[in-house]
Design a binder for this molecule. Structure first.
Ligand code: ATP
Length: 614
């Protein structure tokens, strides 16, 4: 439903949401090159320009002209292959400060679909407003932003049910909490109908009027939409061919004998010009505005300098200096509004809400453990206290491990792929650190990774008549929980580094070969010496040995209901499996090592993946 049918945006940005600092933004001789050697391609050619606070600027140009590349560079997202100089309020941009002053709103609205508008807004408020604000103040600020954006009526609507326009306004709204001075938006109107596009641009203009610098790339705006922008920056083939007010565009084009027909949308006309449909005038246009150094104004057709001339010669330091500052070092780490523990607790709360909303998956996971425990219990019967069936019991102990590992790994494998784009946007806009996110995601599932295997184990332990010793049960339980947490680690690891299809394939495929080195299918002493080290790499070995030791180590002879039972003595069974000298504590340590190592590896993989997305 379009906004006009539902509620109206409060077009005046309230005093509380006015920008605290106004920042003018300029750049000079920005070039962008990709590829190496013969494949070098220059995408942007020494472009200059300036965006002023209080103004809404549209970056316009045909597809492939370089709009997104330019904006990514200006927003500080792209850092390699760049040359040039970027300034904020006349001073060289300092990336750490700039990242706190600006936000980047991506073309697609990557939001948490299972939360309501209010819940998502509140999580943004908690993460972005800092602890100096009380909960009451955060709530009233959230209400104010929702009112300003016309989202009050959708307060309790799940994000998955919002219209495209509402999603866009929500994406903008959540970034307004920490009062950014500069907003970059990549195609904010794409996918919206004309009325929603108009509301979105009207809102952006009002945000600009509140003292902010708002820059948006835009595709084929209608002339009505175009009129809502203050400034245009037109890109063609990686160069600037116009920079100036919207109303000066037509007179500007006239200066090179390009007459926009009456009643023709100037945006469409200039797009045709930029695409080369009116001959080779691009070079001429580019030189009139000096590739963005000049802001054209019909009242002074010679244009005004985008950058003060006195500074022009001083600004010879290139972006390398800027880039050096971008290299992560202690001094340059982004500072978040709230401390690490608050980030973790807000993210945990948010994740648990999502899990609660997706109750079906949790129920399915729980029921799977109960149903299969009962089924396996029936299938194996009383193998736990019958010496004649002792090998079956060993088989059951081994089978448990496979079941627990795969039921732990498969639901977690999708954790990161499903949310990676939300993470990229929120992390980019300094909501929280990657460490806090990773920790919250890992912790959120741990209660389930403990509860489900415990329920499974209690059922199967009783049904298969394992020894009635609390000590043995707890030892066995620790192994099962350990292997479950390792399984979770495997899911997180592959999910962190790969896309969803690859991750669901790789997680089980990479784990299966390790099964053979667990000591069940082949005796550990029979493994060829040059492959023996893999048995120490196989976490299944620690799980299997640990389970066997928990059930059989130091146990008196097992009941035998037949004339002769070869494995009546548990120590004979352990010898058979080369486990008589094994240490239970070593098995726990092995699982603990895997638990920690997989989580660290997953974190670094996620960090790498996130960087490669930029
Ligand atoms: N990493 C890269 N390697 C090779 N070419 C690239 C790379 N990044 C961008 N390009 C090319 O640079 C040009 C500009 O891309 P960019 O995405 O900035 O264009 P755009 O104006 O935003 O286009 P659109 O409106 O279609 O999104 C395109 O031709 C694109 O193929």
């Amino acid at each position: 439903m379009s906004l006009s049918q539902q509620e109206t945006i409060n077009l005046k940005v309230p005093h509380e949401l006015q920008a605290s600092t106004s920042l003018d933004f300029s750049f000079r001789d920005v070039s962008y090159t990709v590829g190496k050697g013969k494949n070098v391609k220059t995408i942007l050619h020494k472009m200059s320009g300036a965006f002023k606070s209080g103004q809404l600027t549209a970056i316009l140009g045909p597809s492939g002209a370089g709009k997104t590349s330019l904006m990514n560079i200006l927003a500080g997202l792209k850092t390699s292959g760049i040359d040039g100089h970027v300034e904020v309020n006349g001073e060289t941009r300092e990336l750490k400060t700039f990242r706190k002053q600006s936000v980047y709103i991506t073309q697609q609205d990557h939001l948490l679909q299972d939360l309501t508008v209010y819940e998502y807004m509140m999580s943004a408020a908690h993460l972005k407003l800092g602890n100096q604000f009380s909960d009451k103040e955060k709530k009233s600020e959230t209400k104010l932003v929702m009112k300003t954006l016309g989202l009050i009526n959708s307060k309790h609507t799940r994000i998955s049910c919002l219209s495209g326009g509402e999603c866009k306004r929500l994406s903008i709204g959540v970034e307004l909490f920490n009062n950014p001075s500069i907003l970059f938006l990549d195609e904010p109107t794409s996918g919206l109908d004309s009325s929603s596009s108009m509301q979105c641009v009207t809102l952006l203009r009002e945000i600009a009027r509140s003292g902010r610098t708002v820059v948006a790339t835009i595709h084929q705006p209608s002339s009505r939409l175009l009129d809502h922008f203050d400034q245009l920056y037109i890109v063609a083939s990686g160069s600037c061919i116009y920079q100036g007010p919207v109303e000066s565009l037509v007179p500007y084009l006239k200066t090179v004998n390009l007459n926009c027909p009456s009643y023709h949308n100037p945006a469409d006309f200039v797009m045709d010009v930029a695409s080369g449909e009116y001959g080779d005038v691009l070079h001429q246009l580019r030189s009139i505005v000096k590739n963005g150094r000049l802001i054209y104004n019909q009242d002074s057709p010679s244009g005004s300098l985008a950058l003060p001339s006195s500074e022009v010669d001083e600004l010879k330091e290139d972006l390398k200096r800027d880039n050096d500052k971008k290299k992560p070092n202690k001094k340059n780490r982004p500072v978040y509004a709230v401390p690490f523990h608050t980030q973790v607790s807000v993210l945990l709360n948010r994740t648990w809400r999502t899990i609660w909303r997706e109750k079906m998956l949790t129920k399915v996971r729980f029921l799977t453990h109960v149903i299969f425990a009962v089924f396996f219990g029936l299938m194996f019967g009383s193998v736990g206290n019958d010496a004649a069936l002792i090998l079956n019991n060993a088989g059951m102990l081994f089978f448990n491990l496979m079941f627990i590992v795969f039921t732990a790994a498969m639901p977690t494998v999708v954790t990161f792929p499903l949310e990676r784009k939300v993470l990229a946007r929120e992390h980019l806009n300094n909501w929280y650190s990657l460490k806090a996110y990773y920790l919250a995601k890992t912790l959120a599932d741990i209660p389930f990774q403990i509860l489900f295997p415990t329920v499974y184990l209690v059922i199967i332990y009783i049904m298969t008549k394992q020894p009635l010793s609390m000590e043995r049960f707890i030892m066995f339980l620790l192994i099962v929980i350990g292997i479950s947490l390792v399984g979770q680690g495997i899911g997180l690891f592959f999910g962190a580094g790969f896309d969803i299809q690859e991750a669901v394939f790789l997680a089980p495929t990479m784990a299966i070969p390790l099964l053979i080195f667990a000591g069940f299918f082949i005796k550990l002493s029979a493994v060829p010496p040059y492959l023996n080290w893999i048995t120490y790499v196989s976490f299944f070995r620690y799980g299997f040995e640990g389970s066997m030791l928990a059930i059989y180590y130091g146990r008196p002879p097992v009941d035998c209901f037949q004339p002769y039972c070869y494995f009546r003595s548990p120590s004979k069974l352990l010898e058979q499996f080369d486990m008589s000298q094994s240490s239970y504590l070593l098995c726990i340590a092995g699982l603990l090592f895997y638990f920690v190592a997989l989580r660290f590896a997953g974190y670094f993989l996620l960090r790498f993946k996130l960087k490669s997305m930029r």
